[in-house]
Design a protein around this ligand. Structure first.
Ligand SMILES: Cc1cc2nc3c(=O)[nH]c(=O)nc-3n(C[C@H](O)[C@H](O)[C@H](O)COP(=O)(O)O)c2cc1C
Length: 185
């Protein structure tokens, strides 16, 4: 399975970092990663040291990446975290970097696209952009963790969101405790 992971400049690069660790270690997955300039700026501002993403990693200006062409579309793309700027670019077909171009390719080729949006509160503009994409099959997955899995660490909280995004992508995982009726007791 060919997957593109894009990390953009919303707060919470931990989502992208956890997704990278897990996808890169899965032998059946051919992973390509894009780290936007915004992601680098936010990680710096938040004091997060992004790892040296290995393998097939691209800057946002690299339109020559194979998956930027519909003739070599990935099977799925995950944007985690996804900023409102990238959401807007995707919703409006404004392909000014490799993230929005790859998302456009996924949409036009009928491939899975999952956006882990991070912002609060949400403006009518952001809500309209999300609704527009949801109506054409893009999965809008807000970074809004559930607590029924009883997380014990920040990693557990991040893994809830990453696990849900993997469910949407079709990547099997046991990253979070799923709800069982016995948990009501
Ligand atoms: C410290 C910091 C935190 C930010 N957090 C968010 C956020 O949570 N959500 C968001 O939509 N934008 C956030 N932004 C703004 C984006 O980084 C900015 O709109 C940027 O242009 C996004 O570019 P990209 O989507 O190409 O990475 C933040 C910026 C900074 C400096």
């Amino acid at each position: 399975m060919k997957i593109v992971l894009a990390i953009t400049g919303a707060s919470g690069s931990i989502y992208g970092m956890r997704a990278y660790d897990l996808l890169a270690s899965e032998k059946s997955i051919e992973l390509s990663t894009i780290v936007s300039k915004g992601a680098l700026a936010v990680a710096k501002a938040e004091g997060i040291a992004l790892p040296p993403f290995g393998g097939n990693v691209h800057e946002e200006t690299d339109f020559s990446a194979a998956f930027a062409s519909g003739s070599n579309a990935p099977d799925a793309m995950l944007v985690a975290p996804c900023s409102l700027k990238t959401l807007s670019a995707i919703a409006n077909g404004y392909c000014d970097n490799l993230v929005s171009r790859s998302a456009e390719v996924c949409i036009k080729e009928g491939k899975k696209l999952v956006l882990v949006i991070r912002e609060t509160p949400l403006s009518p503009i952001a809500l309209e952009n999300m609704l527009k994409l949801s109506r054409i099959g893009v999965i809008i997955l807000p970074a809004s963790p559930g607590f029924y899995s009883k997380p014990k660490s920040v990693n557990d909280i991040a893994d809830f969101i990453v696990g849900k995004s993997f469910d949407s992508l079709g990547v099997k995982n046991s990253l979070f405790k799923r709800w069982q009726t016995w948990q009501r007791k």
